[in-house]
Design a protein around this ligand. Sequence first.
Ligand SMILES: NC(=O)c1ccc[n+]([C@@H]2O[C@H](COP(=O)([O-])OP(=O)(O)OC[C@H]3O[C@@H](n4cnc5c(N)ncnc54)[C@H](OP(=O)(O)O)[C@@H]3O)[C@@H](O)[C@H]2O)c1
Length: 331
Amino acid sequence: MKNSLKIAICGATGLVGRTMLKCLDDYSVPIDKIVLYGSSKSAGSEIHFRGEANIVKELTIDNIDPDLDYALFSAGGGPSKIFAPEFAKRGVIAIDNSSAWRMNPECPLVVPEVNPDALKKHANIIANPNCSTIQMTLPLKALEDKFGLERVLVSTYQSVSGAGQKGVDKLNHEMNGVKDEALSKMPIFENTLFHSFNDDSGYTEEEVKMINETRKILSLPELRISATCVRLPIIGGHAESVNVRLKRDFDIAEIKETLAKFPNIIIMDDDKNEGYPTVKHSEGRDEVFVGRIRRDESAPNSLHLWVVSDNLRKGAAANAVQILVKMEEMK
Ligand SMILES: NC(=O)c1ccc[n+]([C@@H]2O[C@H](COP(=O)([O-])OP(=O)(O)OC[C@H]3O[C@@H](n4cnc5c(N)ncnc54)[C@H](OP(=O)(O)O)[C@@H]3O)[C@@H](O)[C@H]2O)c1
């Protein structure tokens, strides 16, 4: 990347915001100005980046710095709805991690390995997909291009960090015998929970996101896809069992070859020697790990995949930084 950039992080004190700072460094993004925003709660606190202390500012209209190239948002849907358009109208490109803008037809919803061309047309707000959605779209895109997707069924095994700091705190409190009713009145420790149910459809909010966002990213509005999303007592990393029915028959070697060729997919398929992906393999990594690749004999042209990724990196912060890098490369 040639140009030195001016970047803001809105939600810099959160799990994703802190990981964004790490990713900007890991991707060697040239930066000559960094502005860090949080809520009134963390305003005035200090965050170190590249050896310098930065004071967190409260995110308010009056505090918006218009002299920026990008504002990376990880402050939740409410602040994104209010502030992303304010940055956008000042000429700053907002890359937003919340669900506020994902299904807006004016906003590209982007996984750089999958649909980078969507970045060619935008109105200064780019949406980063949901963490569970991002990791699944890499193998699905590879399979769609070569075989065509007929139907997708996914079940997730998601960590508590996907719900932010309060999710991590809940698990830690409960492991120490302290009651914590964040996310649910029920415990997550030694338990399984679903995400929130916002309507009478029978689907959780997370399941609806996975369905709608996958269709948008793959430009397959009619894709037959369904999801069951489950939260587990794991700190970091999301795993998914993905069952795919393809438009034509295949042999498994061809599937493995197709997936292995796709950027940032790592195949781990030595099952007998415990060489399958776990969330521990994905920790701190930006690739998507795929294993348990096998034919599903119960239906024609069908297969099972096990898809694992670091939800805070590829599922959020790294994907946002990769979008920024891609936009600079496309200039
Ligand atoms: N965790 C994941 O795996 C993941 C994946 C994909 C997308 N996301 C999305 O990313 C966003 C952040 O998630 P997270 O996991 O980082 O949550 P988190 O750890 O709870 O952090 C939330 C951040 O938002 C800030 N914030 C809250 N209200 C604000 C306001 N009114 N104005 C300015 N800043 C405000 C907080 O600042 P204070 O410290 O001052 O309160 C904090 O920095 C959410 O929209 C989430 O859905 C998360």
